[in-house]
Design a protein. Structure first.
Length: 122
């Protein structure tokens, strides 16, 4: 995945932020408006105001595609992508969220896989 982010950074400007960033909403709206990839770090839970983004709820108005983010209606550019990462191996997300996003677990290592297999058979 690290290589994928590097590739995104080379091809288009990758915006890195977190929910704790005071400029998060501005970063999100800019990424949507200009079709840039957004990397949200240290995600522990998802704020409901992101539902329209996660559901890709877009509207067509006068030939423009828009999306509601919070109380704003902004222009949506279809090359927008959002990546969310966490370092918390014990993070738990709701089934509703799991049905709307793709999860990739990078915490599996060769030694942890061996331990899991040994625990099953011992």
């Amino acid at each position: 995945m690290k290589n994928h982010f590097h590739k995104e950074k080379e091809n288009r400007k990758l915006i890195c932020t977190s929910f704790a960033d005071r400029d998060f909403l501005q970063h999100l709206t800019n990424a949507i408006r200009f079709g840039m990839p957004l990397l949200v770090q240290d995600v522990e839970k998802i704020d409901p105001f992101l539902n329209s983004v996660l559901n890709k709820e877009v509207n067509k108005k006068g030939g423009q595609i828009t999306m509601r983010v919070g109380d704003k209606e902004i222009q949506y550019f279809d090359t927008f992508k959002m990546y969310m990462i966490t370092r918390d191996g014990n993070a738990v997300f709701t089934p509703d969220l799991c049905s709307r996003v793709t999860f990739i677990n990078f915490t599996v290592t060769e030694s942890s896989l061996k331990n899991q297999c040994l625990n099953i058979y011992l």
